[in-house]
Design a protein around this ligand. Structure first.
Ligand SMILES: [Zn+2]
Length: 438
């Protein structure tokens, strides 16, 4: 700036040679005035820019602190939700145990009551025949030695039976007492668990409220937020981890095909052998060889069932938002919501390429698939908890639980299918409805 003003002065001075002294002075002061004007405009502009930059950096700072707060709350909520699920399972188990104990107690009580009737009858008959003396009468009435032996054996059996019945009665009474004691303890621990659960649920609703409040502090609105913009860092690591998982998925499919072929051949061979055996034995009826029983993954409660098709639905719930739907931005997946945290399952056999916490997607899992030689990618976002961190998963396997983590408004699963690899522009995203028998 200073250099320029000197240059202007020098220019003015060189022009000034052709003017009179007065005119020169006037022109010079004009020039200086204009120079000053420009200078002040420029500095005004500069201070505006600085001000705006400050505002932007403040907003950025605010956004960053909100993001950090959400991350923290998500972590806490995930932990409590996980503990809640464990507690609920414990409660269900304890309730089942208590029910079983009640059933056993009822059984014992019936047995004791029935035996009491028998014992009372015995007591009455012994009394009527003169008490324990009746045994001696029986023995003394023997006509011969062998008769005596017979009678003695019979009396011993009778005495033993009485003893046994009394022993049984006493054992059952002891067991009854023990079981009643156990029910009391179990009920006490159940009440404790229920109290714990209530406390957790209170904590949870507090944290959820806190998250909702923090979400309101986000600069972006709901729609913009739902666009799920990922950071450059995330995009880079997604792309790099994807390469390996795609290779693994293709290899796994080839192995599956080979295994299926082997099983089919084995089944065919077995069927042929069975047919030959039947022909040999001239069996009356022939039944077709049974397919080898498929050993599917163990499913937890509320998990969706495989309705066939290339992919299965990843979670139970209602569709709250479809593919491409959104007033602002393009929705690259479908949303499935549920009021309870239901299991999220892998939509097809595949290899986990990424399982991580994203500031936008929350707890997210990316899976690479190879189906009939075609590579697909599925994305599961806003999970409460992630149960897989890498490696192979099978269709229907629980990979996590539905949640509300990241830039999410209400508990739901955001689910995407990409025909091909996942790309930054999401060009390969397809409508999941076209691939799943919902
Ligand atoms: Zn969505």
């Amino acid at each position: 700036m200073k250099k320029r003003s000197y240059a202007a002065l020098a220019l003015a001075a060189s022009i000034g040679f052709s003017f009179t002294g007065e005119a020169f002075a006037k022109n010079l002061s004009d020039l200086q005035q204009r120079q000053q004007q420009i200078q002040s405009q420029k500095s005004g502009l500069e201070s505006t820019i600085t001000e705006k930059e400050q505002q932007i950096s403040e907003l950025q700072k605010k956004q960053d602190s909100v993001t950090a707060e959400i991350r923290q709350l998500d972590g806490e909520i995930t932990k409590i939700e996980s503990q809640t699920r464990i507690k609920e399972k414990e409660i269900t188990e304890t309730e089942a145990e208590i029910n079983e104990l009640h059933r056993e107690i009822e059984e014992l009580k019936t047995r004791i009551a029935e035996r009491t009737v028998v014992l009372e009858e015995r007591a009455r008959s012994i009394q009527q025949s003169g008490g324990s003396a009746s045994y001696i009468d029986v023995l003394l009435g023997a006509e011969s030695f062998s008769d005596f032996i017979n009678r003695a054996t019979a009396v011993t059996a009778l005495v033993n039976a009485d003893k046994e019945i009394l022993q049984d009665q006493e054992n059952d009474k002891k067991q009854l007492e023990a079981k009643e004691q156990k029910v009391t303890t179990q009920l006490a621990s159940l009440n404790e668990m229920l109290a714990d659960l209530k406390k957790m649920q209170q904590d949870l609703s507090e944290k959820r409220l806190a998250k909702n409040k923090v979400m309101k502090g986000l600069v972006a609105d709901e729609h913009e937020a739902h666009e799920q913009r990922l950071s450059l860092e995330e995009e880079k690591s997604l792309l790099s981890s994807q390469e390996a998982s795609i290779k693994q998925a293709i290899k796994a499919e080839q192995e599956r095909i080979a295994e299926q072929k082997r099983l089919a051949e084995e089944a065919k061979k077995k069927a042929e052998q069975a047919a030959a055996a039947r022909a040999l034995a001239k069996a009356k009826s022939s039944s077709p060889a049974k397919e080898p029983a498929s050993s599917g993954p163990v499913r937890s409660d509320n998990a969706p069932a495989d309705a066939g098709g290339l992919f299965m639905r990843p979670a139970q719930g209602t569709f709250t938002s479809g593919f491409g739907m959104r007033d602002l931005g393009d929705h690259k997946g479908v949303d499935i919501a549920n009021s309870v945290s239901v299991p999220i399952v892998a939509a097809a056999d595949g290899v986990v390429s990424r399982s991580y916490y994203s500031d936008t997607y929350g707890n997210a899992i990316f899976i690479s698939h190879s189906i009939n030689g075609q590579v697909y990618t599925t994305v599961y976002a806003h999970l409460s908890e992630r149960l897989v961190n890498g490696g192979s998963v099978s269709k229907g396997e629980t990979i996590g639980y539905m949640g509300n983590t990241g830039r999410s408004y209400g508990q739901h699963l955001h689910f995407e299918i990409h025909k091909g690899p996942w790309t930054i522009g999401k060009e390969n995203a397809v409508n999941p409805a076209a691939y799943i028998n919902f």
